[in-house]
Ligand binder design. Sequence first.
Ligand code: WTA
Length: 655
Amino acid sequence: MSQNESVQMIQPPAEFVRKATISGMAAYQALCDEAASDYTGYWARLAREHVNWKQPFTQILDESKAPFFKWFADGKLNVSYNCLDRNIEAGLGDKVAIISETDDGQVRRVTYRELLAKVNQLANGMRARGIKKGDRVIIYMAMGIEGVVAMQACARIGAIHSVVFGGFSAQSVRDRINDAGAVAVITTDEQCRGGKKLPLKPAVDDGIALGGCESIKTVIVNKRTGGHCPMLAGRDLWWDDVIAGQSDVCEPEWVDAEHPLFLLYTSGSTGKPKGVQHSTGGYLLHAVLTMKWTFDLKPDDIFWCTADIGWVTGHTYVTYGPLACGGTQMVFEGVPVYPDAGRFWKMIQDHKITIFYTAPTAIRSLIKASDTNPATAPSNYDLSSLRLLGTVGEPINPAAWMWYYESVGGSRCPIVDTFWQTETGGHMITPLPGVTPMVPGSCTLPFPGIQATVVDETGTELDWGKGGLLVVTKPWPSMIRNIWNDADRFKRSYYPDDFNGKYYLAGDGSVRDVHSGYFTITGRIDDVLNVSGHRMGTMEIESALVSHPMVAEAAVVGRPDDLTGEAICAFVVLKGARPVGEAAKKMIKELQDHVAKEIGPIAKPKDIRFGENLPKTRSGKIMRRLLRSLAKGDTVAQDVSTLENPAILEQLRGN
Ligand code: WTA
């Protein structure tokens, strides 16, 4: 790699490099070389060094049923043991594991010993209700210590959790219960965000009432606010009653490395969200490695990943990674702009956060807020505890990167722009902070051992400088194992026949810099939108829209948005006349509310435009590329000769 030609490279600070766990390019290269010369030996060495096994593995990678790969298959372990007991055995029992801060600023701390007791009591309580290894458990909770406890308790007894983000609707909860065949739900009465109380348990009731949830036998409710919360006798139990009288000792369920640790539903380009299934051993290994290498986690760090446990980032970098490394972390219930947009900075100052990991959307909204109200700018706070910053979830624009680097990190903290996905379990392409010269907007180079490249539609590797499809050429330990209930969809989505099933297809476009080989992610190549770092399928939103009785047809596309990265734009044909003026405004609101009810507020289209029809080819296909141009506000200069009904474009131009 030649780095000298790229003028915009920012070198990692010497002070950081000196102390870093992986320090300098030679160390990085040595790991990459080790992986290149003995791929499975490399991962096996790391799995032995970084994970505690009840029964050591003798098999490393099993490719006999590719693309259903297995890693460390004959090894046995327990994730909660690795996150809790092993730290206590290593003398960290009194170390603070979690500092939690609620929306209204209440702070609680739990040590590793206290956390283990909480996990064990809940795990015993769950066992007493008959919940056992392999059962699926839906978790629909506020961000806080109990959310982490619920996930860890599932891991302790080998139950497979599936966390549903608290911003998803009753219908979404129902769909996930139904697809997973869950036996239990663990929820909160109400969550608090931005000064508002948002009911969660009532949404579980509404979801179950929609039908198809007969598998649910138990609903455990953690009391957060004490607000209105009807309980169904026999099915619903208060958390405190579940743990009452339970021992704080609980023998872990030792499971095979391939035992599913969790399902996490995420959007794809077609159909309903898919249940991404992760393993126990390989997943845990990558969570640990990325904490140590990407985040350079050290014993005295105070780590803060702002992601909700409803997303994969909150799984790997809240519930599992930091604890598996014996770290101290912050868990925050609220939102970055409450009570004002200085909240993150104040919390960094108050808790002396050293490593801070958030999403570009949050950064962009805080830039805007500090421009309009300088009192909320980072410069008003003492952020000198910070030593490393990270971003995830969507491409970060260079201007936001520079602001983050200078105004938050004081030009002394490296930024790790981590590219990964729900399916990959952990970081895939990312700078290592003591190694990689940074380029704003580029996720730089693969994590040591990850084999990523860019190919064209035929699977041919492209030269640097040419844009194409991002693929991973070798299976890796923390990769998705399957889609729950849909092995065909797993194959089609990630190991399509187009590449002879050889490559994992990420679903993102990418280009490598001609000089450095650095990767830049150019966005999704499928019909998945990324709105504020949240993955949304256009088809899901279209289905939600057409389920409204007035809607005849709908097409959803994304358009660039300064704040949210992408914004959802819907083109709708109603069954009656095309509404205009006030009637149109009323209908837009009604449809937005309808989508919020069907999927969740995060899926609300920002723009809705009505037409008497949609632009279609003569064979009846909706011309999405035209809709994308219209959504962006481009004058449509594209070839419209194949369009059946060109007059429709005027109508849909909107305004
Ligand atoms: C996008 C989130 C650019 C990408 C961990 C990916 C990114 C999708 C980055 C996965 C990044 C994530 N730079 N794009 N650093 N990180 N993405 O499953 O399109 O919610 O495919 O996982 O987010 O989103 P998911």
